[in-house]
Design a protein around this ligand. Structure first.
Ligand code: HEM
Length: 561
Protein backbone atom coordinates (compact mmCIF):
# COMPACT_ATOMS: atom_id res chain seq x y z
CA UNK A 1 0.00 0.00 0.00
CA UNK A 2 2.75 2.37 1.06
CA UNK A 3 4.63 1.41 -2.11
CA UNK A 4 1.66 2.34 -4.34
CA UNK A 5 1.33 5.64 -2.51
CA UNK A 6 4.99 6.43 -3.10
CA UNK A 7 4.62 5.57 -6.81
CA UNK A 8 1.56 7.81 -7.05
CA UNK A 9 3.33 10.71 -5.35
CA UNK A 10 6.36 10.36 -7.61
CA UNK A 11 4.15 10.18 -10.73
CA UNK A 12 2.13 13.25 -9.69
CA UNK A 13 5.32 15.19 -8.87
CA UNK A 14 6.81 14.30 -12.27
CA UNK A 15 3.63 15.41 -14.06
CA UNK A 16 3.43 18.61 -12.04
CA UNK A 17 7.08 19.43 -12.75
CA UNK A 18 6.58 18.68 -16.47
CA UNK A 19 3.60 21.04 -16.74
CA UNK A 20 5.25 23.70 -14.61
CA UNK A 21 8.33 23.67 -16.88
CA UNK A 22 6.10 23.84 -19.94
CA UNK A 23 4.20 26.79 -18.49
CA UNK A 24 7.46 28.59 -17.54
CA UNK A 25 8.72 28.19 -21.11
CA UNK A 26 5.45 29.50 -22.49
CA UNK A 27 5.59 32.46 -20.13
CA UNK A 28 9.16 33.25 -21.20
CA UNK A 29 8.28 33.03 -24.92
CA UNK A 30 4.93 34.73 -25.17
CA UNK A 31 6.19 38.33 -24.70
CA UNK A 32 8.86 38.16 -27.40
CA UNK A 33 6.51 38.76 -30.31
CA UNK A 34 7.27 35.77 -32.55
CA UNK A 35 4.73 33.04 -33.37
CA UNK A 36 4.84 30.07 -31.00
CA UNK A 37 4.82 26.37 -31.83
CA UNK A 38 4.73 23.71 -29.12
CA UNK A 39 6.69 20.53 -28.62
CA UNK A 40 5.89 18.11 -25.78
CA UNK A 41 9.56 17.04 -25.68
CA UNK A 42 12.70 18.99 -24.84
CA UNK A 43 14.87 18.79 -28.02
CA UNK A 44 18.05 17.96 -26.07
CA UNK A 45 16.25 15.94 -23.37
CA UNK A 46 17.30 12.35 -22.71
CA UNK A 47 13.87 11.01 -23.66
CA UNK A 48 13.95 12.53 -27.14
CA UNK A 49 17.65 11.85 -27.66
CA UNK A 50 17.12 8.15 -27.00
CA UNK A 51 13.64 7.63 -28.46
CA UNK A 52 13.39 10.35 -31.11
CA UNK A 53 14.71 8.28 -34.01
CA UNK A 54 12.05 5.63 -33.39
CA UNK A 55 9.16 7.86 -32.28
CA UNK A 56 9.68 10.68 -34.79
CA UNK A 57 8.48 8.90 -37.95
CA UNK A 58 5.42 7.51 -36.10
CA UNK A 59 4.43 10.89 -34.65
CA UNK A 60 4.81 12.57 -38.03
CA UNK A 61 1.97 10.35 -39.30
CA UNK A 62 -0.52 11.70 -36.74
CA UNK A 63 -3.60 13.37 -38.31
CA UNK A 64 -4.32 17.15 -38.38
CA UNK A 65 -0.59 18.01 -38.33
CA UNK A 66 -0.39 16.98 -34.66
CA UNK A 67 3.10 15.57 -35.20
CA UNK A 68 4.47 18.67 -36.96
CA UNK A 69 6.46 19.56 -33.86
CA UNK A 70 8.79 16.65 -34.73
CA UNK A 71 10.22 18.70 -37.62
CA UNK A 72 11.22 21.37 -35.12
CA UNK A 73 13.17 19.10 -32.80
CA UNK A 74 14.73 16.44 -35.04
CA UNK A 75 18.22 17.33 -36.18
CA UNK A 76 17.46 17.46 -39.92
CA UNK A 77 13.89 18.80 -39.69
CA UNK A 78 14.92 22.14 -41.19
CA UNK A 79 16.66 20.48 -44.11
CA UNK A 80 13.84 18.02 -44.86
CA UNK A 81 11.07 20.63 -44.74
CA UNK A 82 13.05 23.14 -46.82
CA UNK A 83 11.54 26.62 -46.29
CA UNK A 84 8.04 25.37 -45.50
CA UNK A 85 8.19 26.01 -41.74
CA UNK A 86 9.27 29.63 -42.19
CA UNK A 87 6.69 30.13 -44.91
CA UNK A 88 4.07 28.95 -42.43
CA UNK A 89 5.32 30.63 -39.24
CA UNK A 90 7.31 33.63 -40.53
CA UNK A 91 11.02 34.61 -40.59
CA UNK A 92 11.43 33.73 -36.90
CA UNK A 93 9.36 31.65 -34.53
CA UNK A 94 9.72 29.96 -31.15
CA UNK A 95 9.54 26.27 -30.34
CA UNK A 96 8.23 26.05 -26.77
CA UNK A 97 8.92 22.83 -24.86
CA UNK A 98 9.21 21.87 -21.18
CA UNK A 99 12.37 23.51 -19.87
CA UNK A 100 13.45 25.12 -23.14
CA UNK A 101 12.56 27.79 -25.64
CA UNK A 102 14.20 27.58 -29.01
CA UNK A 103 14.12 30.70 -31.18
CA UNK A 104 14.49 29.68 -34.84
CA UNK A 105 15.74 32.46 -37.10
CA UNK A 106 15.51 32.00 -40.87
CA UNK A 107 15.83 35.62 -41.92
CA UNK A 108 19.22 36.16 -43.60
CA UNK A 109 19.81 39.73 -42.37
CA UNK A 110 18.98 38.73 -38.77
CA UNK A 111 21.28 35.69 -39.04
CA UNK A 112 24.16 37.91 -40.20
CA UNK A 113 23.38 40.40 -37.44
CA UNK A 114 23.59 37.64 -34.82
CA UNK A 115 26.84 36.26 -36.28
CA UNK A 116 28.51 39.67 -36.38
CA UNK A 117 27.34 40.92 -32.97
CA UNK A 118 29.64 40.72 -29.97
CA UNK A 119 29.63 37.11 -28.92
CA UNK A 120 28.77 38.15 -25.39
CA UNK A 121 25.28 38.69 -26.78
CA UNK A 122 25.00 35.43 -28.72
CA UNK A 123 27.52 32.94 -27.32
CA UNK A 124 27.73 29.40 -28.66
CA UNK A 125 25.23 26.89 -27.42
CA UNK A 126 26.17 24.76 -24.39
CA UNK A 127 26.24 21.80 -26.77
CA UNK A 128 29.75 22.81 -27.86
CA UNK A 129 31.15 21.89 -24.46
CA UNK A 130 31.21 18.26 -25.66
CA UNK A 131 34.06 19.28 -27.99
CA UNK A 132 36.39 19.80 -25.00
CA UNK A 133 37.31 16.11 -24.77
CA UNK A 134 40.97 16.80 -25.58
CA UNK A 135 41.15 20.22 -23.92
CA UNK A 136 39.57 23.65 -24.21
CA UNK A 137 39.97 25.06 -27.71
CA UNK A 138 38.98 27.72 -30.23
CA UNK A 139 35.49 26.20 -30.75
CA UNK A 140 34.65 25.91 -27.07
CA UNK A 141 36.22 29.09 -25.65
CA UNK A 142 34.33 32.36 -25.19
CA UNK A 143 35.26 36.02 -24.50
CA UNK A 144 38.90 36.90 -23.69
CA UNK A 145 39.74 33.23 -23.55
CA UNK A 146 38.51 32.81 -27.14
CA UNK A 147 40.52 35.86 -28.30
CA UNK A 148 43.69 34.27 -26.85
CA UNK A 149 43.00 30.99 -28.70
CA UNK A 150 42.19 32.80 -31.93
CA UNK A 151 45.36 34.97 -31.84
CA UNK A 152 47.53 31.89 -31.50
CA UNK A 153 45.80 29.38 -33.74
CA UNK A 154 44.74 31.37 -36.79
CA UNK A 155 48.05 32.93 -38.03
CA UNK A 156 49.47 29.52 -39.13
CA UNK A 157 46.67 29.35 -41.71
CA UNK A 158 48.54 31.62 -44.10
CA UNK A 159 49.57 31.40 -47.76
CA UNK A 160 52.51 29.09 -46.95
CA UNK A 161 50.05 26.70 -45.42
CA UNK A 162 47.67 27.07 -48.39
CA UNK A 163 50.56 25.93 -50.58
CA UNK A 164 50.87 22.74 -48.51
CA UNK A 165 47.11 22.21 -48.71
CA UNK A 166 47.26 22.64 -52.50
CA UNK A 167 50.13 20.15 -52.95
CA UNK A 168 48.66 17.58 -50.54
CA UNK A 169 45.23 17.83 -52.20
CA UNK A 170 46.68 17.28 -55.68
CA UNK A 171 48.66 14.25 -54.47
CA UNK A 172 45.57 12.74 -52.85
CA UNK A 173 43.38 13.45 -55.90
CA UNK A 174 45.86 11.70 -58.21
CA UNK A 175 45.85 8.57 -56.03
CA UNK A 176 42.08 8.55 -55.70
CA UNK A 177 41.43 9.08 -59.41
CA UNK A 178 43.73 6.20 -60.27
CA UNK A 179 41.70 3.75 -58.17
CA UNK A 180 38.38 5.14 -59.39
CA UNK A 181 39.30 4.88 -63.08
CA UNK A 182 40.59 1.34 -62.58
CA UNK A 183 37.06 0.29 -61.49
CA UNK A 184 35.94 0.85 -65.11
CA UNK A 185 32.33 0.95 -66.25
CA UNK A 186 30.96 -0.85 -63.18
CA UNK A 187 31.92 2.26 -61.19
CA UNK A 188 32.50 2.88 -57.50
CA UNK A 189 30.23 3.56 -54.54
CA UNK A 190 32.87 4.85 -52.16
CA UNK A 191 32.97 8.53 -53.21
CA UNK A 192 31.87 9.67 -49.73
CA UNK A 193 34.32 7.55 -47.76
CA UNK A 194 37.20 8.20 -50.18
CA UNK A 195 36.65 11.95 -49.89
CA UNK A 196 36.87 11.50 -46.10
CA UNK A 197 40.26 9.84 -46.62
CA UNK A 198 41.43 12.67 -48.88
CA UNK A 199 40.29 15.35 -46.40
CA UNK A 200 41.93 13.50 -43.51
CA UNK A 201 45.27 13.16 -45.31
CA UNK A 202 45.27 16.83 -46.33
CA UNK A 203 44.67 17.76 -42.69
CA UNK A 204 47.43 15.49 -41.39
CA UNK A 205 49.84 17.13 -43.86
CA UNK A 206 48.84 20.71 -43.14
CA UNK A 207 48.22 20.41 -39.39
CA UNK A 208 50.73 17.77 -38.30
CA UNK A 209 53.30 17.55 -41.10
CA UNK A 210 52.43 13.84 -41.59
CA UNK A 211 52.01 12.72 -45.21
CA UNK A 212 50.08 9.57 -46.14
CA UNK A 213 49.48 8.22 -49.61
CA UNK A 214 45.88 7.73 -50.70
CA UNK A 215 44.48 4.32 -49.89
CA UNK A 216 40.95 3.50 -51.00
CA UNK A 217 38.76 3.37 -47.92
CA UNK A 218 37.06 0.13 -49.04
CA UNK A 219 40.29 -1.78 -48.54
CA UNK A 220 41.77 0.14 -45.63
CA UNK A 221 41.73 -1.65 -42.30
CA UNK A 222 41.37 0.50 -39.26
CA UNK A 223 40.22 -2.22 -36.86
CA UNK A 224 40.95 -1.34 -33.27
CA UNK A 225 42.61 -4.08 -31.33
CA UNK A 226 42.48 -3.52 -27.59
CA UNK A 227 45.77 -3.81 -25.78
CA UNK A 228 47.95 -2.82 -28.73
CA UNK A 229 49.32 0.57 -29.47
CA UNK A 230 47.45 2.48 -32.16
CA UNK A 231 49.26 4.51 -34.76
CA UNK A 232 48.46 8.22 -34.98
CA UNK A 233 46.40 7.76 -38.14
CA UNK A 234 44.35 4.81 -36.90
CA UNK A 235 43.62 6.54 -33.57
CA UNK A 236 42.71 9.80 -35.31
CA UNK A 237 40.42 8.05 -37.81
CA UNK A 238 38.68 6.14 -35.02
CA UNK A 239 38.17 9.27 -32.92
CA UNK A 240 36.76 11.21 -35.88
CA UNK A 241 34.56 8.32 -37.04
CA UNK A 242 32.86 7.89 -33.68
CA UNK A 243 33.08 11.30 -32.17
CA UNK A 244 29.70 11.03 -30.42
CA UNK A 245 30.94 7.76 -28.89
CA UNK A 246 34.05 9.61 -27.68
CA UNK A 247 31.97 12.31 -26.00
CA UNK A 248 29.58 9.82 -24.41
CA UNK A 249 32.36 7.49 -23.22
CA UNK A 250 34.23 10.40 -21.61
CA UNK A 251 31.25 10.86 -19.28
CA UNK A 252 31.43 7.24 -18.03
CA UNK A 253 33.88 5.88 -15.47
CA UNK A 254 36.14 3.04 -16.58
CA UNK A 255 34.02 -0.07 -16.17
CA UNK A 256 34.89 -3.26 -14.37
CA UNK A 257 33.42 -6.70 -13.59
CA UNK A 258 30.23 -7.86 -15.29
CA UNK A 259 29.46 -4.39 -16.61
CA UNK A 260 32.76 -4.31 -18.45
CA UNK A 261 32.21 -7.76 -19.91
CA UNK A 262 28.76 -7.26 -21.35
CA UNK A 263 27.68 -3.64 -21.39
CA UNK A 264 30.64 -1.37 -21.60
CA UNK A 265 33.00 -3.01 -24.06
CA UNK A 266 32.38 -0.25 -26.56
CA UNK A 267 32.89 2.46 -23.96
CA UNK A 268 36.19 0.94 -22.87
CA UNK A 269 37.32 0.61 -26.50
CA UNK A 270 36.50 4.27 -27.04
CA UNK A 271 38.39 5.23 -23.86
CA UNK A 272 41.35 3.22 -25.07
CA UNK A 273 41.24 4.95 -28.47
CA UNK A 274 41.06 8.38 -26.84
CA UNK A 275 44.04 7.52 -24.60
CA UNK A 276 46.00 6.31 -27.63
CA UNK A 277 45.17 9.45 -29.59
CA UNK A 278 46.38 11.58 -26.66
CA UNK A 279 49.56 9.51 -26.38
CA UNK A 280 50.27 10.08 -30.08
CA UNK A 281 49.63 13.82 -29.75
CA UNK A 282 51.97 14.03 -26.74
CA UNK A 283 54.73 12.16 -28.55
CA UNK A 284 54.39 14.31 -31.66
CA UNK A 285 54.47 17.55 -29.65
CA UNK A 286 57.55 16.30 -27.75
CA UNK A 287 59.26 15.46 -31.06
CA UNK A 288 58.40 18.92 -32.36
CA UNK A 289 59.88 20.54 -29.23
CA UNK A 290 63.07 18.52 -29.65
CA UNK A 291 63.25 19.59 -33.31
CA UNK A 292 62.67 23.26 -32.48
CA UNK A 293 65.60 23.18 -30.05
CA UNK A 294 67.91 22.39 -32.95
CA UNK A 295 66.70 25.17 -35.28
CA UNK A 296 65.10 28.61 -35.19
CA UNK A 297 62.82 27.72 -38.12
CA UNK A 298 59.41 26.20 -37.54
CA UNK A 299 57.92 23.78 -40.05
CA UNK A 300 54.97 24.82 -42.18
CA UNK A 301 52.24 23.16 -40.19
CA UNK A 302 49.81 24.07 -37.45
CA UNK A 303 51.41 21.90 -34.79
CA UNK A 304 54.90 23.33 -35.31
CA UNK A 305 53.61 26.91 -35.34
CA UNK A 306 51.51 26.38 -32.21
CA UNK A 307 54.26 24.68 -30.22
CA UNK A 308 56.72 27.42 -31.15
CA UNK A 309 54.31 30.28 -30.47
CA UNK A 310 53.36 28.85 -27.08
CA UNK A 311 56.91 28.09 -25.97
CA UNK A 312 58.20 31.50 -27.10
CA UNK A 313 55.40 33.26 -25.30
CA UNK A 314 56.21 31.39 -22.10
CA UNK A 315 59.96 32.12 -22.26
CA UNK A 316 59.98 35.60 -23.80
CA UNK A 317 56.45 37.10 -23.55
CA UNK A 318 54.26 37.78 -20.55
CA UNK A 319 52.73 34.32 -20.90
CA UNK A 320 49.23 35.76 -21.36
CA UNK A 321 48.93 34.66 -24.95
CA UNK A 322 50.11 31.13 -24.41
CA UNK A 323 48.16 27.86 -24.44
CA UNK A 324 48.36 25.22 -21.76
CA UNK A 325 49.46 21.73 -22.82
CA UNK A 326 45.80 20.57 -22.73
CA UNK A 327 44.68 23.54 -24.83
CA UNK A 328 47.39 22.77 -27.35
CA UNK A 329 46.02 19.22 -27.78
CA UNK A 330 42.46 20.55 -27.75
CA UNK A 331 43.21 22.89 -30.65
CA UNK A 332 45.17 20.34 -32.67
CA UNK A 333 42.17 18.06 -32.39
CA UNK A 334 39.48 20.66 -33.08
CA UNK A 335 41.05 21.90 -36.30
CA UNK A 336 41.18 18.33 -37.59
CA UNK A 337 37.64 17.62 -36.43
CA UNK A 338 36.17 20.85 -37.82
CA UNK A 339 38.01 20.56 -41.12
CA UNK A 340 37.34 16.90 -41.82
CA UNK A 341 33.82 16.00 -42.81
CA UNK A 342 32.90 19.60 -43.66
CA UNK A 343 35.34 19.68 -46.58
CA UNK A 344 34.90 15.99 -47.41
CA UNK A 345 31.12 16.50 -47.66
CA UNK A 346 31.50 19.49 -49.94
CA UNK A 347 33.73 17.41 -52.23
CA UNK A 348 31.39 14.43 -52.12
CA UNK A 349 28.24 16.43 -52.90
CA UNK A 350 30.00 18.38 -55.64
CA UNK A 351 31.26 15.19 -57.34
CA UNK A 352 27.81 13.62 -57.25
CA UNK A 353 26.15 16.83 -58.47
CA UNK A 354 28.65 17.12 -61.31
CA UNK A 355 28.00 13.48 -62.27
CA UNK A 356 24.28 14.24 -62.46
CA UNK A 357 24.90 17.47 -64.45
CA UNK A 358 27.21 16.66 -67.37
CA UNK A 359 26.89 20.19 -68.82
CA UNK A 360 28.46 21.66 -65.64
CA UNK A 361 31.43 19.29 -66.08
CA UNK A 362 31.95 20.70 -69.61
CA UNK A 363 31.70 24.23 -68.20
CA UNK A 364 34.44 23.71 -65.58
CA UNK A 365 36.60 21.74 -68.05
CA UNK A 366 36.56 24.78 -70.33
CA UNK A 367 38.08 26.81 -67.48
CA UNK A 368 40.57 24.12 -66.43
CA UNK A 369 41.81 23.77 -70.04
CA UNK A 370 42.10 27.54 -70.52
CA UNK A 371 43.89 28.17 -67.23
CA UNK A 372 46.01 25.02 -66.92
CA UNK A 373 45.80 23.19 -70.24
CA UNK A 374 45.04 19.55 -70.93
CA UNK A 375 48.57 18.22 -70.64
CA UNK A 376 50.31 19.86 -67.68
CA UNK A 377 50.60 17.19 -64.97
CA UNK A 378 49.29 18.27 -61.59
CA UNK A 379 52.75 17.73 -60.00
CA UNK A 380 53.73 21.02 -61.65
CA UNK A 381 50.60 23.04 -60.88
CA UNK A 382 51.54 26.23 -59.05
CA UNK A 383 49.17 27.35 -56.33
CA UNK A 384 49.83 31.10 -56.58
CA UNK A 385 49.30 31.19 -60.35
CA UNK A 386 46.38 28.80 -60.75
CA UNK A 387 44.15 28.92 -57.69
CA UNK A 388 43.08 32.57 -58.10
CA UNK A 389 42.02 31.93 -61.72
CA UNK A 390 39.95 28.77 -61.20
CA UNK A 391 36.78 30.76 -60.48
CA UNK A 392 34.33 28.28 -61.98
CA UNK A 393 35.74 25.48 -59.79
CA UNK A 394 35.25 27.72 -56.75
CA UNK A 395 31.75 28.61 -58.00
CA UNK A 396 30.96 24.86 -57.86
CA UNK A 397 31.98 24.90 -54.19
CA UNK A 398 29.87 27.99 -53.44
CA UNK A 399 26.83 26.46 -55.11
CA UNK A 400 27.37 23.10 -53.39
CA UNK A 401 27.75 24.65 -49.92
CA UNK A 402 24.75 26.91 -50.58
CA UNK A 403 22.54 23.91 -51.33
CA UNK A 404 24.13 21.19 -49.20
CA UNK A 405 26.28 23.09 -46.70
CA UNK A 406 27.51 20.83 -43.89
CA UNK A 407 25.94 23.01 -41.21
CA UNK A 408 22.14 22.90 -41.43
CA UNK A 409 21.44 24.84 -38.26
CA UNK A 410 23.99 26.87 -36.29
CA UNK A 411 23.19 26.65 -32.57
CA UNK A 412 23.72 29.82 -30.53
CA UNK A 413 22.20 31.09 -27.30
CA UNK A 414 21.47 34.37 -25.56
CA UNK A 415 23.85 33.88 -22.64
CA UNK A 416 23.22 35.35 -19.21
CA UNK A 417 21.58 38.62 -20.33
CA UNK A 418 18.79 39.43 -22.83
CA UNK A 419 19.88 40.19 -26.43
CA UNK A 420 18.19 42.13 -29.22
CA UNK A 421 17.73 41.42 -32.94
CA UNK A 422 16.02 43.28 -35.72
CA UNK A 423 13.82 41.44 -38.16
CA UNK A 424 12.32 43.30 -41.11
CA UNK A 425 12.74 46.66 -39.38
CA UNK A 426 11.31 45.65 -35.98
CA UNK A 427 13.47 45.14 -32.88
CA UNK A 428 12.88 42.13 -30.64
CA UNK A 429 14.31 41.40 -27.19
CA UNK A 430 15.24 37.77 -26.61
CA UNK A 431 15.35 36.64 -22.97
CA UNK A 432 18.54 35.32 -21.35
CA UNK A 433 19.32 31.59 -21.47
CA UNK A 434 17.36 30.87 -24.65
CA UNK A 435 18.46 28.63 -27.50
CA UNK A 436 18.82 30.53 -30.78
CA UNK A 437 18.98 28.37 -33.89
CA UNK A 438 20.20 29.96 -37.11
CA UNK A 439 18.52 28.17 -39.98
CA UNK A 440 21.15 28.09 -42.73
CA UNK A 441 18.92 26.16 -45.15
CA UNK A 442 16.37 28.96 -45.05
CA UNK A 443 19.03 31.67 -45.59
CA UNK A 444 20.63 29.81 -48.50
CA UNK A 445 17.36 29.21 -50.35
CA UNK A 446 15.59 32.53 -49.87
CA UNK A 447 13.89 33.27 -53.21
CA UNK A 448 14.42 37.04 -52.73
CA UNK A 449 18.19 36.43 -53.18
CA UNK A 450 18.37 33.18 -55.07
CA UNK A 451 15.49 33.65 -57.50
CA UNK A 452 12.72 31.22 -58.39
CA UNK A 453 15.01 28.16 -58.55
CA UNK A 454 16.99 28.05 -55.29
CA UNK A 455 16.89 24.23 -55.36
CA UNK A 456 18.55 23.97 -58.80
CA UNK A 457 22.28 23.31 -58.99
CA UNK A 458 23.51 26.23 -61.13
CA UNK A 459 27.12 27.19 -60.31
CA UNK A 460 26.96 29.66 -63.22
CA UNK A 461 24.85 31.92 -61.00
CA UNK A 462 28.07 32.75 -59.12
CA UNK A 463 29.94 34.08 -62.13
CA UNK A 464 29.72 37.70 -63.16
CA UNK A 465 29.81 37.11 -66.87
CA UNK A 466 32.48 38.43 -69.12
CA UNK A 467 32.48 35.18 -71.03
CA UNK A 468 36.19 34.30 -71.02
CA UNK A 469 37.05 31.37 -68.75
CA UNK A 470 39.98 32.18 -66.48
CA UNK A 471 39.27 35.94 -66.32
CA UNK A 472 35.76 35.89 -64.87
CA UNK A 473 34.75 37.34 -61.51
CA UNK A 474 32.76 35.82 -58.70
CA UNK A 475 29.52 37.24 -57.39
CA UNK A 476 29.72 38.93 -53.97
CA UNK A 477 26.56 37.53 -52.36
CA UNK A 478 24.37 40.27 -50.84
CA UNK A 479 24.23 40.78 -47.05
CA UNK A 480 22.21 38.04 -45.43
CA UNK A 481 22.18 35.58 -48.33
CA UNK A 482 25.16 33.23 -47.88
CA UNK A 483 27.04 32.27 -44.70
CA UNK A 484 28.12 28.59 -44.88
CA UNK A 485 31.44 29.43 -43.12
CA UNK A 486 29.60 31.78 -40.73
CA UNK A 487 30.78 35.41 -40.64
CA UNK A 488 32.01 38.06 -38.20
CA UNK A 489 34.74 37.52 -35.62
CA UNK A 490 34.04 33.77 -35.37
CA UNK A 491 34.11 33.17 -39.11
CA UNK A 492 35.56 29.75 -39.94
CA UNK A 493 39.39 30.01 -39.88
CA UNK A 494 39.55 27.06 -42.31
CA UNK A 495 37.55 28.83 -45.04
CA UNK A 496 40.49 29.41 -47.39
CA UNK A 497 41.97 26.00 -46.48
CA UNK A 498 38.78 24.25 -47.57
CA UNK A 499 38.51 26.32 -50.75
CA UNK A 500 42.09 25.59 -51.80
CA UNK A 501 41.58 21.88 -51.13
CA UNK A 502 38.27 21.81 -52.99
CA UNK A 503 39.55 23.61 -56.08
CA UNK A 504 42.73 21.50 -56.26
CA UNK A 505 40.80 18.21 -56.01
CA UNK A 506 38.06 19.19 -58.48
CA UNK A 507 40.48 20.64 -61.06
CA UNK A 508 42.67 17.55 -60.80
CA UNK A 509 39.74 15.12 -61.16
CA UNK A 510 38.20 16.89 -64.16
CA UNK A 511 41.27 17.97 -66.13
CA UNK A 512 41.29 14.81 -68.26
CA UNK A 513 38.39 12.75 -66.91
CA UNK A 514 34.65 12.77 -66.67
CA UNK A 515 32.16 11.04 -64.40
CA UNK A 516 28.64 9.74 -64.83
CA UNK A 517 26.16 7.70 -62.81
CA UNK A 518 26.06 3.99 -63.66
CA UNK A 519 22.60 3.09 -65.04
CA UNK A 520 20.81 -0.04 -63.79
CA UNK A 521 20.22 -2.68 -66.53
CA UNK A 522 17.66 -1.30 -68.99
CA UNK A 523 17.96 2.28 -67.67
CA UNK A 524 19.01 5.33 -69.65
CA UNK A 525 21.69 7.70 -68.43
CA UNK A 526 19.00 10.39 -68.00
CA UNK A 527 17.06 8.17 -65.59
CA UNK A 528 20.27 7.28 -63.74
CA UNK A 529 21.08 11.01 -63.40
CA UNK A 530 17.59 11.71 -62.06
CA UNK A 531 17.93 8.89 -59.52
CA UNK A 532 21.32 10.22 -58.47
CA UNK A 533 19.83 13.70 -57.93
CA UNK A 534 17.12 12.11 -55.77
CA UNK A 535 19.73 10.20 -53.75
CA UNK A 536 21.58 13.52 -53.18
CA UNK A 537 18.37 15.18 -52.01
CA UNK A 538 17.74 12.27 -49.66
CA UNK A 539 20.23 13.58 -47.13
CA UNK A 540 20.13 13.58 -43.35
CA UNK A 541 21.93 15.33 -40.55
CA UNK A 542 24.48 13.32 -38.57
CA UNK A 543 26.35 16.21 -36.95
CA UNK A 544 26.72 17.53 -40.51
CA UNK A 545 24.57 16.99 -43.61
CA UNK A 546 25.28 13.66 -45.35
CA UNK A 547 23.65 11.50 -48.01
CA UNK A 548 21.45 8.89 -46.31
CA UNK A 549 22.44 6.30 -48.91
CA UNK A 550 25.86 7.18 -50.34
CA UNK A 551 25.98 3.69 -51.89
CA UNK A 552 23.22 4.81 -54.28
CA UNK A 553 25.74 7.15 -55.91
CA UNK A 554 27.46 4.57 -58.12
CA UNK A 555 29.78 6.61 -60.31
CA UNK A 556 31.95 5.59 -63.27
CA UNK A 557 35.07 7.57 -64.15
CA UNK A 558 36.51 7.63 -67.65
CA UNK A 559 39.39 9.38 -69.39
CA UNK A 560 38.28 12.02 -71.92
CA UNK A 561 38.45 10.97 -75.57
C1 HEM B 1 33.47 23.39 -46.45
C2 HEM B 1 34.22 23.50 -45.40
C3 HEM B 1 33.86 24.18 -44.10
C4 HEM B 1 32.69 24.75 -43.69
C5 HEM B 1 31.39 24.89 -44.48
C6 HEM B 1 32.91 25.25 -42.35
C7 HEM B 1 31.94 25.91 -41.60
C8 HEM B 1 32.16 26.46 -40.36
C9 HEM B 1 31.19 27.20 -39.60
C10 HEM B 1 29.75 27.47 -40.03
C11 HEM B 1 31.77 27.60 -38.44
C12 HEM B 1 31.14 28.41 -37.31
C13 HEM B 1 30.65 27.48 -36.26
C14 HEM B 1 30.02 28.22 -35.10
O1 HEM B 1 30.18 29.43 -34.95
O2 HEM B 1 29.36 27.56 -34.33
C15 HEM B 1 33.13 27.10 -38.45
C16 HEM B 1 34.03 27.29 -37.42
C17 HEM B 1 35.27 26.69 -37.38
N1 HEM B 1 35.89 25.98 -38.39
FE1 HEM B 1 35.09 25.56 -40.21
N2 HEM B 1 34.19 24.96 -41.96
C18 HEM B 1 34.81 24.32 -43.00
C19 HEM B 1 36.13 23.88 -43.03
C20 HEM B 1 37.03 24.02 -42.00
C21 HEM B 1 38.42 23.60 -42.05
C22 HEM B 1 39.10 22.98 -43.27
C23 HEM B 1 38.95 23.86 -40.81
C24 HEM B 1 40.34 23.62 -40.30
C25 HEM B 1 41.39 23.41 -41.02
C26 HEM B 1 37.91 24.46 -39.99
C27 HEM B 1 38.06 24.86 -38.67
C28 HEM B 1 37.11 25.57 -37.96
C29 HEM B 1 37.31 26.03 -36.58
C30 HEM B 1 38.54 25.77 -35.71
C31 HEM B 1 36.16 26.75 -36.22
C32 HEM B 1 35.88 27.49 -34.89
C33 HEM B 1 36.21 28.97 -35.05
C34 HEM B 1 35.88 29.81 -33.84
O3 HEM B 1 34.97 29.45 -33.07
O4 HEM B 1 36.51 30.88 -33.68
N3 HEM B 1 36.76 24.55 -40.75
N4 HEM B 1 33.34 26.42 -39.63
Amino acid sequence: MAFILVVEIVAISLFASYFLKFYQSYNKARHIGFPLVFSPFHPWGLFWMLGGAFLGPLLLRLPFGLGEFVNHIKSDGYYLTRNALHQKHGPAFIVVSPGCIRIVVGDGAAVEEILTKLHKEFPKSELYQGLKVFGNNLETAEGDDWRRHRKLTVPPFNERNSNIVWRASLTQARGMLKTWVSAGKSGIICTASDMMTVALHVLTSACFGRDYSFQPSESSDSTIIKGEKLSFKVALEAVLDSFLGVVISSAFPKSSGLLAKYVSKKIDTMKFTVAEFKRNLREMVDEERAFLKTTSKEKNNLMSALVRACDLEVTKGDGKRSLTEEELYGNLFIFTFAGHDTTANALMYATALLAANKHVQSWIKEEIHTVIGKNLDSESWEYEKLFPRLKRCLAVMYETTRMYGPVVVLPKSTGSTPSTITIRGKEYTLPAHSDVMLNMVSVHHAPEFWGPDPWSFRPERWIIKNGVAGTEELLQPPYGSYVPWATGARVCPGKKFSQVEFVAVIASLFQRHGVQPVPQPGETIEIASKELSEAIEGSECVLTLKMRHPEKARLAWEADA
